[in-house]
Design a protein around this ligand. Structure first.
Ligand code: AMP
Length: 449
């Protein structure tokens, strides 16, 4: 309501029913591809000790420095602002891997997560303070084929959702942490005496996290970078070989990519392969998703050295692309039958009728208020019901009911006891919304979503 007294906090939004159908559809695509590839679902808590994000993601990253939502407990014993809402999944999932000794399981451990994340960012188009990510992590094994397979799974999901052709895959290798250290030292050296020519934000980046200069949008910085040392010059031969093999595998899988030496991703934990899916028209801004290898992260979080690779996609941005491309999200929320009634006896009979229809898998809503039949029929129209069953005082007396086909605008009187079988026949047995988790043999029902 335009004049509502209370509104959602800045940068957040209600995911209303008309958007839920997209969210559900995206989740379905994610779950389907994840299951096919042997990923299992994990839900880390929405908040964690802030240290997990600070250590994992890095003190001098935007996410930690500026965007972390700190949680203060009213119970001061727990330490004020000791916790933070998760800005992403990877650090929490790696914490879980260590906590639950998952290194003892068969490696790699493949996990996926879907849910809200929080960043106290400046809200703008496509950038929210609460948004939803789908996320994959493959932990415990390191091989270029795994990098290519993860990228391929994401490509398949974006293809399933029919938005892949709006995006480009950007890929880079940022070397091992040792080779990066040498490169960053050289980069810092290069900028000695040139700091004043950098915009203020980039001066700060140079001091705290010089790697971020590479993806700076500032023109002055980009000009200076043209003659700066490049990561490529410092890349160790193993990383070089690794990268070439990843690209070779992507080609084998028929995946198009853009090599992008400027792609660094904003988080400290990345090593080697990094990749993002960019909007073809706006580029780095509003990327749909990104990921990379993080071979040092588990160790940072107290585990044994363990390689890993992950990806996170933004559901709001995927949804935006689907809407822009005119992709519909099929859903099962249609109303099949609207039950209208008049009089206390009719109302009583309708209660059971509605319940039986629902149990059979017919989506049924009923006007059980005191409105006139005319206004109930208007309701049926607005719900978009396929059929209306109408029970007035006369029909109760006669043991009949009126069945109206809303699209055809035709109605007929039928026996009350035949109402359910007639509706089921008209809708078709296969269109009923039956939800069975397992049959008695333990086979998974194909219709489960
Ligand atoms: P990142 O790891 O920061 O690249 O985030 C992965 C993906 O999450 C991005 O490509 C976006 O699709 C999505 N995302 C990140 N931050 C936001 C935000 N503030 N609002 C909406 N989506 C976001």
């Amino acid at each position: 309501m335009a004049d509502a007294q209370y509104r959602t906090p800045k940068g957040t939004h209600d995911v209303l029913p008309e958007e839920q159908r997209y969210m559900t559809y995206i989740k379905k695509a994610v779950r389907h591809r994840a299951r096919q590839a042997g990923y299992q679902r994990i839900d880390p808590p929405i908040f964690e000790k802030r240290e997990i994000f600070e250590r994992g993601i890095g003190q001098h990253t935007d996410i930690v420095e500026k965007e972390l939502f700190l949680v203060s407990a009213t119970n001061k014993d727990e330490g004020e602002k000791e916790f933070a809402l998760r800005p992403e999944f990877t650090a929490g999932i790696c914490r879980s891997y260590v906590e639950h000794a998952m290194q003892q399981l068969v490696q790699p451990v493949q996990l996926y997560a879907i849910g809200p994340c929080f960043r106290h960012d400046r809200p703008q188009k496509g950038r929210f303070r609460q948004f939803h990510q789908f996320n994959f992590e493959l932990i415990g094994l390191r091989d270029p084929s795994l990098d290519a397979q993860l990228i391929q799974m994401v490509v398949k999901i974006l293809q399933d959702l029919k938005i892949l052709d709006r995006l480009t895959l950007q890929i880079n290798n940022i070397g091992t942490s040792e080779s990066r250290k040498a490169f960053l030292a050289a980069l810092k050296d290069y900028f000695i005496g040139k700091e004043r020519n950098l915009p203020e934000l980039d001066q700060k980046r140079l001091a705290a996290n010089p790697l971020r200069l590479l993806d700076s949008k500032e023109e002055d910085t980009q000009i200076l970078l043209k003659s700066a040392p490049t990561m490529e010059q410092f890349m160790d031969s193993e990383s070089r070989q690794y990268h070439e093999t990843v690209l070779e595998y992507l080609e084998e899988l028929g995946i198009k990519y853009n090599p992008n030496p400027g792609l660094v991703r904003g988080l400290d934990y990345y090593t080697q392969t990094v990749f993002e899916f960019w909007d073809q028209s706006t580029g780095a801004q509003n990327a749909v998703g990104g990921g990379g290898r993080y071979d040092g992260l588990i160790e940072l979080l107290g585990g044994k050295p363990t390689p890993g690779i992950g990806f996170a996609g933004g559901m709001e941005r995927v949804m935006w692309h689907m809407k822009e491309a005119g992709i519909d999200a099929p859903h099962k929320d249609q109303v099949d039958v609207f039950v209208a009634q008049l009089g206390p006896d009719a109302k009583k009979q309708c209660l059971t009728l509605i319940s039986k229809l629902r149990d059979l898998g017919v989506h049924t809503v009923g006007a059980l208020g005191e409105a006139s039949l005319k206004s109930q029929m208007r309701h049926a129209d607005r719900f978009g019901a396929k059929f209306t069953l109408l029970l007035g005082q006369m029909e109760v007396k006669e043991g009949t009911i009126i069945l109206r086909d809303m699209a055809a605008g035709k109605q007929k009187q039928i026996k009350f006891k035949d109402a359910i079988s007639e509706v089921v026949k008209l809708l078709g047995e296969k269109n009923l919304d039956k939800y069975t988790l397992h049959d008695h043999l333990g086979n998974l029902d194909q219709n489960v979503d």
